[in-house]
Design a protein around this ligand. Sequence first.
Ligand code: KG4
Ligand code: ZN
Length: 383
Amino acid sequence: MKILAIETSCDETSVSILEATGQGDNLSFSILGNKTLSQIDIHKEFGGVYPTLAKREHGKNLVPITLSVLKEANMLIDSSEGKNEDILSIMDREPELQKEFEKIFKIKKPEIDLICVTSGPGLEPALWVGINFGKALSKLWDIPLRPVNHMKGHVFSFLVDEKLNEKQKDGANKISFPALSLLISGGHTELVLIRDWDNYEVIGETVDDAVGEAFDKVARILGLPYPGGPEISKLAESGKENWQVELPRPMLHSKNYNFSFSGLKTAVLYLVKDLGQQLTEDIKKDIAFEFENAVIEVLKTKTERAIKEHGIKTLVVGGGVAANKRIRESLKNISDELNVLFPGKGLSTDNSIMIGLAGYIDHVTGKTLTPIDEIKADSSLSF
Ligand code: KG4
Ligand code: ZN
Protein backbone atom coordinates (compact mmCIF):
# COMPACT_ATOMS: atom_id res chain seq x y z
CA MET A 1 0.00 0.00 0.00
CA LYS A 2 1.35 3.42 -0.97
CA ILE A 3 0.75 6.25 1.46
CA LEU A 4 1.13 10.02 1.15
CA ALA A 5 1.62 11.49 4.64
CA ILE A 6 1.29 15.13 5.68
CA GLU A 7 2.40 16.75 8.96
CA THR A 8 1.80 20.42 9.84
CA SER A 9 0.95 20.38 13.57
CA CYS A 10 3.65 22.79 14.69
CA ASP A 11 6.66 24.37 12.97
CA GLU A 12 7.75 21.64 10.54
CA THR A 13 6.10 21.26 7.14
CA SER A 14 6.63 17.62 6.24
CA VAL A 15 5.42 15.34 3.44
CA SER A 16 6.47 11.79 2.63
CA ILE A 17 5.49 8.80 0.52
CA LEU A 18 5.78 5.34 2.05
CA GLU A 19 5.14 1.88 0.71
CA ALA A 20 4.08 -0.36 3.59
CA THR A 21 3.19 -4.06 3.78
CA GLY A 22 2.35 -6.63 6.47
CA GLN A 23 1.36 -6.05 10.03
CA GLY A 24 2.44 -6.84 13.57
CA ASP A 25 5.90 -8.44 13.61
CA ASN A 26 5.86 -8.56 9.82
CA LEU A 27 5.29 -4.88 9.18
CA SER A 28 7.83 -3.47 6.75
CA PHE A 29 8.03 -0.31 4.72
CA SER A 30 10.10 1.72 2.29
CA ILE A 31 10.37 5.47 2.10
CA LEU A 32 9.86 6.49 -1.53
CA GLY A 33 10.09 10.21 -0.91
CA ASN A 34 10.49 12.45 2.13
CA LYS A 35 11.00 16.13 2.83
CA THR A 36 10.71 18.24 5.97
CA LEU A 37 11.09 22.00 6.06
CA SER A 38 11.72 23.54 9.45
CA GLN A 39 10.40 27.02 10.24
CA ILE A 40 12.70 27.42 13.24
CA ASP A 41 14.64 30.36 11.78
CA ILE A 42 11.39 32.25 11.18
CA HIS A 43 10.02 31.68 14.70
CA LYS A 44 13.35 32.25 16.44
CA GLU A 45 12.90 36.01 16.72
CA PHE A 46 9.59 35.50 18.57
CA GLY A 47 11.22 33.11 21.05
CA GLY A 48 8.67 30.39 20.24
CA VAL A 49 6.24 29.21 17.58
CA TYR A 50 3.90 31.95 16.35
CA PRO A 51 0.71 30.18 15.16
CA THR A 52 -0.47 32.56 12.39
CA LEU A 53 3.04 32.66 10.96
CA ALA A 54 3.24 28.85 11.11
CA LYS A 55 -0.08 28.66 9.23
CA ARG A 56 1.15 31.01 6.48
CA GLU A 57 4.45 29.16 6.04
CA HIS A 58 2.75 25.74 5.84
CA GLY A 59 0.42 27.24 3.20
CA LYS A 60 3.33 28.51 1.12
CA ASN A 61 5.43 25.36 1.40
CA LEU A 62 3.10 22.36 1.32
CA VAL A 63 2.60 22.25 -2.46
CA PRO A 64 6.28 22.75 -3.43
CA ILE A 65 7.33 20.09 -0.89
CA THR A 66 4.67 17.67 -2.13
CA LEU A 67 5.76 18.16 -5.75
CA SER A 68 9.38 17.50 -4.84
CA VAL A 69 8.46 14.37 -2.85
CA LEU A 70 6.32 13.07 -5.75
CA LYS A 71 9.29 13.67 -8.04
CA GLU A 72 11.61 11.76 -5.69
CA ALA A 73 9.12 8.87 -5.75
CA ASN A 74 8.96 8.97 -9.58
CA MET A 75 5.29 9.87 -9.42
CA LEU A 76 5.37 13.35 -10.93
CA ILE A 77 3.72 13.32 -14.36
CA ASP A 78 2.41 16.42 -16.15
CA SER A 79 -1.23 16.63 -17.11
CA SER A 80 -3.43 19.25 -18.72
CA GLU A 81 -6.49 19.01 -16.44
CA GLY A 82 -8.23 22.32 -15.81
CA LYS A 83 -8.64 23.80 -12.37
CA ASN A 84 -11.56 22.83 -10.19
CA GLU A 85 -13.28 25.64 -8.25
CA ASP A 86 -15.02 23.27 -5.79
CA ILE A 87 -11.67 21.82 -4.76
CA LEU A 88 -10.13 25.31 -4.44
CA SER A 89 -12.98 26.42 -2.16
CA ILE A 90 -11.85 23.83 0.44
CA MET A 91 -8.85 26.10 1.00
CA ASP A 92 -10.73 29.43 1.24
CA ARG A 93 -9.21 30.06 4.68
CA GLU A 94 -5.68 29.25 3.52
CA PRO A 95 -5.03 31.78 0.71
CA GLU A 96 -1.32 30.92 0.38
CA LEU A 97 -2.13 27.22 -0.02
CA GLN A 98 -5.02 27.92 -2.39
CA LYS A 99 -2.75 29.91 -4.70
CA GLU A 100 -0.06 27.22 -4.72
CA PHE A 101 -2.64 24.46 -5.27
CA GLU A 102 -3.09 25.56 -8.91
CA LYS A 103 0.15 23.63 -9.58
CA ILE A 104 -1.50 20.40 -8.39
CA PHE A 105 -4.09 20.64 -11.20
CA LYS A 106 -1.23 20.42 -13.67
CA ILE A 107 -0.08 16.94 -12.57
CA LYS A 108 -1.54 13.48 -13.00
CA LYS A 109 -3.09 11.53 -10.12
CA PRO A 110 -0.22 9.57 -8.55
CA GLU A 111 -0.49 5.89 -7.65
CA ILE A 112 -1.28 6.49 -3.99
CA ASP A 113 -3.74 4.31 -2.03
CA LEU A 114 -4.16 6.37 1.13
CA ILE A 115 -3.51 9.93 2.31
CA CYS A 116 -2.70 10.39 6.01
CA VAL A 117 -2.74 13.75 7.76
CA THR A 118 -2.08 14.86 11.34
CA SER A 119 -5.39 16.05 12.83
CA GLY A 120 -4.11 16.81 16.36
CA PRO A 121 -2.85 17.50 18.92
CA GLY A 122 -1.05 20.66 17.81
CA LEU A 123 -1.62 24.29 16.88
CA GLU A 124 -5.10 24.53 15.43
CA PRO A 125 -4.43 26.99 12.57
CA ALA A 126 -1.35 24.97 11.58
CA LEU A 127 -3.25 21.66 11.70
CA TRP A 128 -6.01 23.03 9.46
CA VAL A 129 -3.58 23.79 6.63
CA GLY A 130 -2.51 20.14 6.44
CA ILE A 131 -6.08 18.87 6.85
CA ASN A 132 -7.54 21.09 4.13
CA PHE A 133 -4.66 20.20 1.82
CA GLY A 134 -5.35 16.52 2.52
CA LYS A 135 -9.07 16.99 1.86
CA ALA A 136 -8.41 18.81 -1.42
CA LEU A 137 -6.02 16.09 -2.64
CA SER A 138 -8.36 13.35 -1.47
CA LYS A 139 -11.35 14.81 -3.34
CA LEU A 140 -9.38 15.71 -6.45
CA TRP A 141 -7.72 12.30 -6.78
CA ASP A 142 -10.46 10.20 -5.18
CA ILE A 143 -8.12 8.68 -2.59
CA PRO A 144 -9.27 8.02 1.01
CA LEU A 145 -8.04 10.43 3.69
CA ARG A 146 -7.17 9.21 7.19
CA PRO A 147 -6.73 11.62 10.13
CA VAL A 148 -3.80 10.59 12.37
CA ASN A 149 -2.99 11.33 16.00
CA HIS A 150 0.38 13.13 16.11
CA MET A 151 1.34 11.45 19.42
CA LYS A 152 0.66 8.02 17.94
CA GLY A 153 3.13 9.06 15.26
CA HIS A 154 5.74 9.77 17.94
CA VAL A 155 4.96 6.38 19.58
CA PHE A 156 5.79 4.55 16.33
CA SER A 157 8.73 6.70 15.26
CA PHE A 158 11.00 4.03 16.82
CA LEU A 159 10.21 1.96 13.70
CA VAL A 160 12.09 4.46 11.56
CA ASP A 161 15.80 4.08 11.09
CA GLU A 162 17.88 6.97 9.78
CA LYS A 163 18.90 4.82 6.78
CA LEU A 164 15.92 6.22 4.96
CA ASN A 165 16.57 4.75 1.55
CA GLU A 166 16.69 1.16 2.75
CA LYS A 167 13.71 -1.12 3.24
CA GLN A 168 12.83 -0.99 6.92
CA LYS A 169 11.70 -4.24 8.48
CA ASP A 170 13.55 -4.71 11.74
CA GLY A 171 11.75 -2.27 14.03
CA ALA A 172 8.41 -4.05 14.32
CA ASN A 173 9.75 -7.43 15.45
CA LYS A 174 11.77 -5.78 18.22
CA ILE A 175 8.70 -4.68 20.16
CA SER A 176 7.16 -7.11 22.69
CA PHE A 177 3.97 -6.33 24.57
CA PRO A 178 3.10 -4.97 27.01
CA ALA A 179 5.24 -2.04 25.93
CA LEU A 180 5.52 1.41 27.41
CA SER A 181 5.95 4.59 25.42
CA LEU A 182 7.60 7.59 27.02
CA LEU A 183 6.63 10.60 24.93
CA ILE A 184 8.67 13.70 25.58
CA SER A 185 8.04 16.59 23.21
CA GLY A 186 7.52 20.34 23.19
CA GLY A 187 3.81 19.96 23.80
CA HIS A 188 3.52 16.64 25.66
CA THR A 189 4.98 14.47 28.38
CA GLU A 190 3.13 11.16 28.58
CA LEU A 191 3.56 7.56 29.61
CA VAL A 192 1.44 5.36 27.37
CA LEU A 193 0.82 1.70 28.14
CA ILE A 194 0.65 -0.26 24.87
CA ARG A 195 -0.97 -3.67 25.29
CA ASP A 196 -0.98 -4.43 21.58
CA TRP A 197 -0.73 -2.64 18.21
CA ASP A 198 -4.24 -1.26 18.68
CA ASN A 199 -4.56 -0.88 22.45
CA TYR A 200 -3.23 2.25 24.19
CA GLU A 201 -3.81 3.82 27.58
CA VAL A 202 -2.25 7.03 28.87
CA ILE A 203 -1.20 6.16 32.44
CA GLY A 204 0.60 9.41 33.24
CA GLU A 205 1.06 12.88 31.85
CA THR A 206 2.27 16.33 32.80
CA VAL A 207 -0.08 18.40 34.94
CA ASP A 208 1.43 21.64 33.63
CA ASP A 209 4.38 22.25 31.26
CA ALA A 210 5.71 19.60 28.90
CA VAL A 211 9.35 18.66 29.33
CA GLY A 212 10.38 20.24 25.98
CA GLU A 213 8.53 23.40 26.97
CA ALA A 214 10.55 23.47 30.22
CA PHE A 215 13.78 23.12 28.19
CA ASP A 216 12.67 26.00 25.96
CA LYS A 217 11.64 28.25 28.87
CA VAL A 218 14.79 27.56 30.90
CA ALA A 219 16.85 28.32 27.80
CA ARG A 220 15.08 31.64 27.46
CA ILE A 221 15.75 32.46 31.14
CA LEU A 222 19.44 31.76 30.50
CA GLY A 223 19.39 34.03 27.43
CA LEU A 224 19.60 31.21 24.85
CA PRO A 225 17.69 31.11 21.54
CA TYR A 226 14.65 28.97 20.62
CA PRO A 227 14.41 25.96 20.51
CA GLY A 228 16.11 25.65 23.85
CA GLY A 229 16.49 21.86 24.10
CA PRO A 230 19.61 21.50 21.94
CA GLU A 231 21.09 24.69 23.46
CA ILE A 232 20.65 23.48 27.05
CA SER A 233 22.10 20.08 26.23
CA LYS A 234 25.14 21.70 24.60
CA LEU A 235 25.71 23.88 27.70
CA ALA A 236 25.17 20.93 30.06
CA GLU A 237 27.99 19.00 28.36
CA SER A 238 30.54 21.18 30.12
CA GLY A 239 28.54 21.69 33.34
CA LYS A 240 29.38 20.11 36.69
CA GLU A 241 27.85 19.39 40.11
CA ASN A 242 27.51 22.69 41.99
CA TRP A 243 25.67 22.94 45.35
CA GLN A 244 24.86 26.60 44.62
CA VAL A 245 22.46 25.68 41.83
CA GLU A 246 20.50 22.78 43.31
CA LEU A 247 17.03 22.36 41.78
CA PRO A 248 13.88 20.47 42.89
CA ARG A 249 12.64 17.10 41.49
CA PRO A 250 8.90 17.88 41.16
CA MET A 251 6.46 15.02 41.88
CA LEU A 252 9.29 12.52 42.18
CA HIS A 253 7.57 10.71 45.03
CA SER A 254 3.94 11.20 44.04
CA LYS A 255 2.05 7.91 43.89
CA ASN A 256 1.06 8.26 40.24
CA TYR A 257 2.76 8.54 36.86
CA ASN A 258 2.10 12.24 36.39
CA PHE A 259 4.80 14.84 35.88
CA SER A 260 5.16 18.55 36.61
CA PHE A 261 7.85 20.76 35.12
CA SER A 262 6.54 24.25 35.69
CA GLY A 263 7.96 24.47 39.25
CA LEU A 264 11.36 23.39 37.97
CA LYS A 265 11.36 26.21 35.45
CA THR A 266 10.26 28.70 38.14
CA ALA A 267 13.06 27.46 40.41
CA VAL A 268 15.56 28.30 37.65
CA LEU A 269 13.97 31.74 37.25
CA TYR A 270 14.36 32.53 40.99
CA LEU A 271 17.86 31.11 41.04
CA VAL A 272 18.91 33.36 38.15
CA LYS A 273 17.29 36.38 39.85
CA ASP A 274 19.07 35.61 43.15
CA LEU A 275 22.41 35.12 41.43
CA GLY A 276 22.15 38.52 39.72
CA GLN A 277 25.65 39.62 38.66
CA GLN A 278 27.10 36.27 39.80
CA LEU A 279 25.50 34.50 36.84
CA THR A 280 28.67 33.69 34.91
CA GLU A 281 28.91 31.50 31.81
CA ASP A 282 30.31 28.72 34.02
CA ILE A 283 27.35 28.91 36.38
CA LYS A 284 24.97 28.81 33.42
CA LYS A 285 26.61 25.53 32.39
CA ASP A 286 26.13 24.15 35.90
CA ILE A 287 22.46 25.21 35.89
CA ALA A 288 21.92 23.47 32.53
CA PHE A 289 23.61 20.34 33.89
CA GLU A 290 21.55 20.36 37.10
CA PHE A 291 18.34 21.07 35.13
CA GLU A 292 19.01 17.99 33.00
CA ASN A 293 19.79 15.97 36.14
CA ALA A 294 16.42 16.94 37.62
CA VAL A 295 14.54 16.09 34.39
CA ILE A 296 16.39 12.78 34.05
CA GLU A 297 15.77 11.73 37.64
CA VAL A 298 12.03 12.39 37.42
CA LEU A 299 11.56 10.80 33.97
CA LYS A 300 13.65 7.76 34.84
CA THR A 301 12.11 7.12 38.28
CA LYS A 302 8.53 7.28 37.01
CA THR A 303 9.29 5.22 33.91
CA GLU A 304 11.08 2.59 35.96
CA ARG A 305 8.14 2.32 38.35
CA ALA A 306 5.65 1.91 35.48
CA ILE A 307 7.88 -0.77 33.95
CA LYS A 308 7.84 -2.79 37.16
CA GLU A 309 4.16 -2.37 37.90
CA HIS A 310 2.98 -3.30 34.39
CA GLY A 311 5.55 -6.00 33.59
CA ILE A 312 6.78 -3.99 30.60
CA LYS A 313 8.93 -5.83 28.04
CA THR A 314 9.82 -2.97 25.70
CA LEU A 315 10.28 0.73 26.34
CA VAL A 316 9.88 2.98 23.30
CA VAL A 317 10.86 6.61 23.53
CA GLY A 318 9.61 9.36 21.22
CA GLY A 319 9.26 13.13 20.84
CA GLY A 320 11.76 15.91 20.22
CA VAL A 321 13.37 15.66 23.67
CA ALA A 322 14.32 12.03 22.91
CA ALA A 323 17.15 13.58 20.87
CA ASN A 324 18.83 14.50 24.17
CA LYS A 325 21.94 12.35 24.61
CA ARG A 326 22.01 12.22 28.42
CA ILE A 327 18.30 11.40 28.60
CA ARG A 328 18.80 8.60 26.06
CA GLU A 329 21.75 7.15 27.94
CA SER A 330 19.93 7.15 31.27
CA LEU A 331 16.86 5.42 29.81
CA LYS A 332 18.97 2.81 28.02
CA ASN A 333 20.41 1.75 31.33
CA ILE A 334 17.17 1.13 33.22
CA SER A 335 17.64 -2.65 33.21
CA ASP A 336 19.55 -5.28 31.27
CA GLU A 337 16.41 -7.31 30.49
CA LEU A 338 14.47 -4.37 29.11
CA ASN A 339 14.54 -3.65 25.40
CA VAL A 340 14.71 0.13 24.88
CA LEU A 341 13.99 1.52 21.40
CA PHE A 342 14.54 5.04 20.07
CA PRO A 343 13.80 6.67 16.70
CA GLY A 344 16.74 6.99 14.31
CA LYS A 345 18.82 10.13 14.50
CA GLY A 346 16.88 13.20 13.39
CA LEU A 347 13.56 11.33 13.58
CA SER A 348 12.55 12.09 17.16
CA THR A 349 11.39 15.57 16.16
CA ASP A 350 8.27 16.11 14.06
CA ASN A 351 8.20 14.35 10.68
CA SER A 352 5.61 12.90 8.31
CA ILE A 353 7.12 9.40 8.06
CA MET A 354 5.83 8.65 11.56
CA ILE A 355 2.38 9.98 10.56
CA GLY A 356 2.26 7.67 7.53
CA LEU A 357 3.25 4.71 9.72
CA ALA A 358 0.72 5.46 12.47
CA GLY A 359 -1.96 5.88 9.78
CA TYR A 360 -0.96 2.56 8.20
CA ILE A 361 -1.12 0.83 11.60
CA ASP A 362 -4.60 2.34 12.18
CA HIS A 363 -5.59 1.03 8.75
CA VAL A 364 -4.34 -2.55 9.22
CA THR A 365 -5.74 -2.79 12.76
CA GLY A 366 -9.16 -1.79 11.40
CA LYS A 367 -9.60 1.63 13.00
CA THR A 368 -12.80 3.20 11.66
CA LEU A 369 -12.22 5.82 9.00
CA THR A 370 -13.79 9.21 9.82
CA PRO A 371 -15.91 10.51 6.89
CA ILE A 372 -13.92 13.21 5.09
CA ASP A 373 -16.32 16.06 5.86
CA GLU A 374 -16.12 15.25 9.58
CA ILE A 375 -12.34 15.41 9.76
CA LYS A 376 -11.30 18.46 11.74
CA ALA A 377 -8.36 19.86 13.66
CA ASP A 378 -8.36 18.94 17.35
CA SER A 379 -5.65 20.82 19.22
CA SER A 380 -6.02 18.60 22.31
CA LEU A 381 -6.70 15.23 20.64
CA SER A 382 -5.78 12.34 22.95
CA PHE A 383 -5.43 8.58 22.46
O1 KG4 B 1 8.38 16.56 19.06
P1 KG4 B 1 8.82 17.92 18.74
O2 KG4 B 1 9.65 18.14 17.50
O3 KG4 B 1 7.61 18.90 18.60
C1 KG4 B 1 6.46 18.76 19.36
O4 KG4 B 1 5.56 17.96 18.94
O5 KG4 B 1 6.42 19.41 20.42
O6 KG4 B 1 9.63 18.46 20.03
C2 KG4 B 1 10.21 19.73 20.08
C3 KG4 B 1 10.86 19.90 21.45
C4 KG4 B 1 11.33 21.33 21.73
O7 KG4 B 1 10.83 21.72 22.99
C5 KG4 B 1 12.85 21.21 21.74
O8 KG4 B 1 13.48 22.14 22.60
C6 KG4 B 1 13.03 19.78 22.24
O9 KG4 B 1 12.03 19.06 21.58
N1 KG4 B 1 14.37 19.24 21.90
C7 KG4 B 1 15.27 18.87 22.83
C8 KG4 B 1 16.44 18.46 22.13
N2 KG4 B 1 16.19 18.59 20.79
C9 KG4 B 1 14.91 19.07 20.68
N3 KG4 B 1 15.22 18.86 24.18
C10 KG4 B 1 16.30 18.44 24.85
N4 KG4 B 1 17.46 18.05 24.26
C11 KG4 B 1 17.57 18.04 22.92
N5 KG4 B 1 18.70 17.64 22.34
ZN1 ZN C 1 5.71 16.32 17.96
